[in-house]
Structures are given as structure tokens and as C-alpha cells.
Design a protein around this ligand. Structure first.
Ligand code: GLN
Length: 270
């Protein structure tokens, strides 16, 4: 079967299954298999795929039809110009979270902590983009930490990983000067934003009726810290931005910037 025949057939299968981007998904799987870039694949529509190659691709399309995220099928995802290994132990990094990186690149904080790092993409990208900054990453989940450390090694990045819940592992650290990045779970319980979300760890996504349980706990922990971080960056749904400004205010922080879904907070007194 040629690349073109396989593409036509598979795009139709994905389309019928209601997948958003059949063409992109099929091309990406071809690129991975053939180890070529998109322009090569498109220019070689008459390239003959072997039976083994077709079987491999068909199996991947079968998974995608069941709405498994493409990132899990490929075992990797592209984030801010780099590939990260992902498994179903962690949430798939989303492009909107690249705003965290844009904001910290403008601030250039000497110390950065990523709370709930998952695949490690924020912490590792932060270290790559700001090599002079010290970067710490935490997660409550062992499997996520193993994966994040593996990603850090693959990128040859020096990030310190610590296991623990929210700010607890940092309770005794002097956090002044630190930028805390955190993309905590914020999806309201029962809100299924896409079928793909069913494959992702619930603990990484959902956070109570209004989706704010984790952020409420986070801000109350921040309130109790002696030496508070100089910057706090959080991601949430747009309709959660106002309530989060309220939570931050109670903990002594004011909003200083918003970049799509990411909010930047700084101490109110400074
Ligand atoms: N942006 C993700 C989604 O809508 C949720 C990420 C999160 O809960 N931190 O599926």
C-alpha cells in the first residue's frame, strides 16, 4: 500500500470516529514511523509501505479511533520546541501551558519551582531556557517523578526532583526570590472537555465541583509560609481567573499579568 492510499483510508477512519485532526494525526504517525519530516512524507505519496509498516500504523489508528491521545500512542509530545516522553501516568502537556515559559523568560527568576510537574515539561523547559536559574520540581506521584527524571536525563538538564504534596516539601525553604509555577488540576468534576481526557489520570485533571479544590489548598498553604515566593504562576480556566484573584488576595498576592490561561501573581506589598 502506498503512503497516499494509507492516508486516504486512515483519514476517513479517523473522520468517522469524530477525531478533530485526522490529517495531522495520520501525517504525524507516518513521520514517526518513516523517521522523515512532513514535507518528505507529502512529497513521497507514492512510497510503498511494507505490510509490517501498514499493520503497525493500522494498530495505532485503531487506538486513536478509541480516542486515546496521540501523545500516548506516540509515547511523546512536543512542548516548547522539544520532545518529552509521556505515559498514561501523566497528563498530556498542552500547548496553552507554554505561556508559563513565556512569562518566566521575561522575569528571569534565579530560582524556579514547578509544583505537580507530571512529565516534567515545565521544569525541564524552564531550565533549558534559563540555564542560570536553579530549578526544583515536585510531584505527589512516584510514576510521574520517575518519568520526569527520565525526561530530565534525556535533555541533560539539572533539575532537583522532590516528592510531596503542593508546597509541603518546601515548607522549610526560604522561598523569597523564587518563582513558583503550578499547573494544578482544575477541571470541574464531571466536565469532560474531550473524549481523550478519559485516558488521562483523573488525579491530574479534576478538582472538585468548581475545579478549584487544589488551588484553594495551594493558596492557603502559601498564606502560612514565612518566606513567600516572589512570583506565583498558575494555569486555570478563564472563568476561574476571577475566583483565583480572590484566593491570591487573601494570601497577600495581586495579579500582575495574564497570558491566555496563565496568571502571574506577585506579593501585594511590593
Ligand atoms: N487543560 C487541561 C484540560 O482542559 C486541564 C489541565 C489541568 O487540569 N491542569 O483538559
Amino acid at each position: 500500500m502506498t503512503v497516499l492510499d494509507w492516508l486516504v483510508k486512515s483519514m476517513r477512519r479517523l473522520n468517522e470516529a469524530g477525531v478533530d485532526s485526522p490529517r495531522r494525526d495520520c501525517l504525524v504517525l507516518l513521520e514517526d514511523l518513516l523517521q522523515k519530516d512532513r514535507s518528505w512524507v507529502i512529497a513521497h505519496a507514492d512510497f510503498e509501505l511494507s505490510a509490517k509498516q501498514t499493520a503497525h500504523l493500522d494498530k495505532q489508528i485503531g487506538r486513536r479511533i478509541k480516542r486515546e491521545p496521540l501523545a500516548y500512542i506516540r509515547s511523546k509530545v512536543w512542548f516548547y520546541g522539544r520532545f518529552f516522553r509521556v505515559t498514561s501516568a501523566v497528563m498530556v502537556p498542552r500547548p496553552e501551558s507554554e505561556s508559563f515559559i513565556e512569562i518566566i523568560k521575561a522575569i528571569k527568576p534565579p530560582k524556579i519551582i514547578d509544583i505537580g510537574t507530571g512529565s516534567g515539561c515545565l521544569a525541564i523547559t524552564a531550565k533549558q531556557e534559563l540555564p542560570d536559574s536553579e530549578v526544583i520540581a515536585t510531584d505527589i506521584d512516584d510514576k510521574a517523578l520517575v518519568l520526569a527524571e527520565d525526561n530530565s536525563k534525556r535533555h541533560n538538564t539539572k533539575v532537583r526532583f522532590i516528592k510531596g504534596s503542593l508546597t509541603e516539601p518546601l515548607a522549610n525553604e526560604d522561598l523569597s526570590g523564587f518563582a513558583v509555577l503550578t499547573n494544578l488540576p482544575y477541571v470541574p468534576d464531571g466536565l469532560i472537555t474531550s473524549k481523550e481526557i478519559n485516558y488521562e489520570p483523573e488525579t491530574a485533571l479534576f478538582s472538585g465541583k468548581d475545579g478549584l479544590n487544589h488551588y484553594r489548598e495551594f493558596w492557603s498553604q502559601i498564606q502560612k509560609l514565612d518566606k513567600k515566593p516572589s512570583y506565583i504562576l498558575t494555569e486555570s480556566l478563564e472563568q476561574q481567573h476571577e475566583p483565583l484573584i480572590g484566593l491570591a488576595k487573601k494570601s497577600g498576592y495581586k495579579l500582575t499579568k495574564t497570558d491566555i490561561l496563565v496568571q502571574l501573581f506577585e506579593p501585594s506589598s511590593s
